[in-house]
Design a protein around this ligand. Structure first.
Ligand code: GLC
Length: 455
């Protein structure tokens, strides 16, 4: 018995020290929620993937996909000169689309730095463009009141000490091949470089709201937290920018303070993501057309309705949408991106009240067919997004004791509430069901929204 007690006690102490070690910083759940509040309310941000790959114009992974050598990739560095870059114009477009924050690639996997760095020559200030793009970008986006986010690639296909792995352009097949390729490479030198650079971007540009590290791929010929020095890195990040929000790709999922939100990529979640049965903050990142960097010949662009549904559906499941633009090497947005942003902005101008500050509706509200619900807990209003416009009568089951008033959101016109009527209907409906009487013609809005003032 005594022995058993000892074993249990040791296990307890052990697990406690283990969990104490697995902490990057101290914060209560309430403090975390408060730190993330602006982002949770914002719901909609712009991702920007921009680098040398914009010149190849065929995917930001072009160096890997075509196994291009450093020598052959060098031509992009030598001519990089986005002469039409006007960050104030970008910021204006993001804001007009209804976005509240933006995240830009300071360095993507290709290893090229869009910012001025002490630690490398492979940077924008050494190209014909000659200026610190990140500085110009931050100034312009901040001036529009947008949240400032930095994407930084953990992966680096240019640094000479970065060891070759399975996603590297020089990837191999066997252990022997990797050993040979990596015999003169020292990952610890890259690890310092990475830390130094993250320190630079979090020191030289004022308050940074989001850090987006990308990405870990542990396992055979892969890389994870040991390779990046993630624990150390994240401690520094929290020290330098205590208010910052960090994504979940540094392989620190089991560390308190190792991440703030999860990032389903190009993927629509079925329900609000959970961890150990607890709903967690999440943001889906999505492209207009498939690739993140500018891709001239890609034609799989999502249409306005698909993009709006992406946004609304994310909010209806308690999440955010980070929607990507891949600017051209001249520094402009593709005309299709401009069009998509403008159309979303048109909808947001009238309907953003169903997005900002909103979340998943409480479970006791039944979701009518072909709709998405969002809910604002502050104002106690429910938003019914009509994905397929109904014919006049819109039945809401079990809402009789819940609705005070209903209107269209875009024009604040009253929607009359009645009882289900007609002979058929009576047989199919219950006491507490109500019928909203909609106009026959679909309002001139891509996805009309009913705003319900709840009792
Ligand atoms: C992936 C890709 C990358 C892109 C990112 C955005 O990890 O490697 O090209 O930047 O996703 O989420």
């Amino acid at each position: 018995m005594k022995q058993l007690l000892l074993v249990v006690l040791t296990a307890l102490v052990f697990s406690q020290t283990a969990s104490a070690q697995k902490k990057i910083w101290d914060e209560t759940e309430a403090q975390k929620q408060e730190r993330m509040q602006w982002w949770t309310d914002a719901r909609f941000g712009m991702f920007i993937h921009w680098g040398l790959y914009a010149q190849a114009a065929r995917h930001e992974w072009v160096k890997k996909n075509e196994r291009i050598s450093d020598e052959d990739y060098q031509k992009y560095f030598e001519i990089f000169n986005p002469d039409l870059f006007d960050p104030a114009d970008w910021a204006c477009k993001a804001k007009a689309a209804g976005m509240k924050y933006a995240v830009i690639t300071t360095k993507h996997h290709e290893g090229f730095n869009m910012f001025d760095s002490e630690f490398t020559d492979y940077k924008v200030t050494n190209t014909p463009y000659g200026k610190d793009i990140i500085k110009e970008w931050v100034d312009a986006f901040r001036a529009e009141g947008l949240g400032i986010g930095f994407y930084y690639s953990l992966i680096d296909w240019h640094h000479p000490e970065y060891t070759i792995d399975r996603v590297h352009p020089m990837s191999a097949k066997t252990q022997e091949e990797y050993d040979e390729l990596n015999k003169d490479r020292d990952m610890s030198i890259y690890r310092d470089y990475l830390k130094n650079q993250v320190r630079e971007i979090l020191t030289n540009y004022g308050k940074i709201d989001i850090l987006w590290l990308d990405y870990s791929f542990p396992g055979k010929f892969g890389k994870g937290r040991e390779d990046w020095g993630s624990v150390d890195l994240m401690k520094m990040v929290r020290e330098l920018q205590p208010g910052i929000l960090v994504n979940d790709r540094a392989d620190l999922k089991d560390y308190a303070g190792g991440w703030d939100f999860t990032t389903p990529e190009q993927f629509k979640v079925q329900k609000w993501p959970e961890e150990d049965g607890v709903k967690i903050p999440w943001e889906t990142c999505q492209t207009f057309s498939g690739s993140w960097g500018y891709f001239r010949d890609e034609y799989t662009w999502k249409d306005n309705k698909q993009l709006l549904v992406l946004l609304i559906e994310s909010v209806s499941k308690g999440g955010n949408l980070l929607l990507n633009v891949g600017p051209t090497a001249r520094g402009t947005f593709d005309y299709r991106a401009d069009k998509a942003l403008a159309e979303m902005g048109e909808w947001m101008k009238y309907n953003s009240r169903s997005i900002y500050g909103c979340t998943q509706a409480p479970e006791n509200f039944e979701v009518p067919a072909n709709t998405l619900l969002t809910y604002n807990p502050e104002t106690n209003r429910l938003y019914v997004h009509l994905l397929d416009y109904p014919l006049k009568n819109f039945l809401m089951r079990d809402y009789g004791d819940k609705i005070k008033y209903a209107q269209f959101l875009h024009d604040a016109s009253e929607i009359k509430i009645g009882k289900p009527y007609g002979h058929w209907v009576q047989q199919e409906t219950g006491e507490n069901d109500v019928n909203l009487l909609l106009p026959v013609n679909k309002p001139n809005v891509e996805i009309p929204v009913i705003e319900i003032f709840l009792k």
